[in-house]
Design a protein. Structure first.
Length: 356
């Protein structure tokens, strides 16, 4: 029997989300919850694969992230919001899928290889500086062993996450296609060994617009340039006022360079955000006015603040309507639904493997 499409996606709980996360993933999730049955997973076990050395903020980060999901418009009445570690079947299925996953496949995973290259560079650098190497170091310089079974095997856990719910559609950007291909390959290997239990998950290519940080570099918490979903009116205003624009403009009548170009390599962050928050016709006119030196950057920032204020007020109102205990209730209810689906899958998996 053909199954209806099911959407599965997840995020590592890194705490409060920024508008890069919103435009890159969350906005799509909010749209998808009206079109498909959706499972959205707080991937706390995945957080451990690279961050097991410090779990002090893990619970708090889960809570803050779910609050931002709710603030952005995910509705627990329309989709299943749950925490991975509340559904132990993820671990069981990952173990079973691990039986059919060749080691070479994991060793060729680009993320794993990049991490090893980072390690090699760090080691070479330390050796050249005459330093003794006591720890492996990741690219953030954290001193702990990263070449672990857990990190090497995270694609198997990722495959288990999706397949446990018979996720047939996985919202991804183009850059994440290789990761999904690993899950598809693992599903094929299992089906070849034990029969057709899993449909191969298909990518649901979603728009991932470029969202620059306040300094016009890629938005990232580690750069300190992020605009959070939960900004207050005052903090949003301060961030917009401080945004990078065009260093070649000394006065409002100087011709500007809103897009990245040799005169303004990063491009203007304000202009890039107008593209997300204003109409196409406004953006066209604003680009022309900027190039012609018809307005100053402060006026342009004021316009951006007006455009962003409405959506941020909506986020804030939703966020403020939930208490910490509400988040736990949402996760508990989501865990019940997720577990019911996961247990059904595991009955079929155990039977196919002749464990039962
Ligand atoms: S006028 Fe607007 S678009 Fe042009 S550089 Fe200033 S802030 Fe950027």
């Amino acid at each position: 029997m053909e199954r209806a499409d099911i959407v599965f996606s997840g995020m590592r709980p890194t705490g409060r989300l920024h508008i890069g996360n919103y435009w890159g993933a969350l906005k799509n999730w909010v749209d998808l919850q009206d079109r498909f049955p959706c499972f959205f997973c707080v991937a706390d076990w995945h957080m451990l694969t690279t961050g097991y050395n410090d779990t002090s903020k893990l619970r708090e980060n889960c809570r803050e992230m779910v609050l931002d999901w709710l603030a952005a418009g995910l509705d627990p009445a329309k989709c299943v919001i749950f925490r991975q570690s509340d559904v132990s079947e993820h671990a069981e299925l990952a173990l079973m899928l691990g039986m059919v996953t060749p080691l070479a496949m994991l060793e060729h995973n680009p993320t794993w290889k990049e991490q090893l290259q980072e390690l090699a560079k760090t080691k070479a650098g330390m050796a050249a500086a005459g330093e003794s190497i006591r720890y492996e170091e990741n690219k953030q310089g954290a001193g702990y062993e990263l070449r672990t079974f857990g990190f090497l095997g995270y694609p198997v856990l990722q495959a288990a996450d999706i397949l446990l719910y018979h996720g047939t559609k996985v919202p991804v950007g183009r850059d994440q296609l290789p990761h999904l291909e690993l899950s598809r390959e693992i599903a094929r290997k299992f089906n070849n060994a034990f029969g057709p239990i899993f449909a191969e998950p298909q990518p649901l290519l979603t728009p991932t617009p470029k969202v620059p940080g306040a300094d016009a570099r890629k938005m990232s918490k580690s750069y300190g340039n992020a605009i959070d979903i939960g900004e207050t009116a005052a903090s949003l205003e301060a961030k917009v006022k401080g945004m990078y624009t065009d260093p070649t403009r000394k006065s409002a009548t100087d011709p500007g360079h809103p897009e990245p170009c040799p005169d303004n390599e990063r491009g203007c962050a304000v202009f890039a955000l107008h593209k997300l928050y204003a109409s196409e016709s406004f953006v066209r006119a604003r680009g022309a006015d900027c190039r012609a030196g018809k307005l100053g950057c402060m006026a342009c920032k004021k316009d951006l603040l007006c455009e962003m204020s409405g959506p941020f007020e909506v986020f804030r109102a939703r966020r403020d309507s939930y208490r910490a205990s509400d988040v736990e209730a949402v996760l508990a209810e989501g865990a019940l639904k997720a577990r019911a689906a996961a247990q059904k899958t595991m009955v079929a998996v155990r039977r196919a493997m002749r464990l039962r």
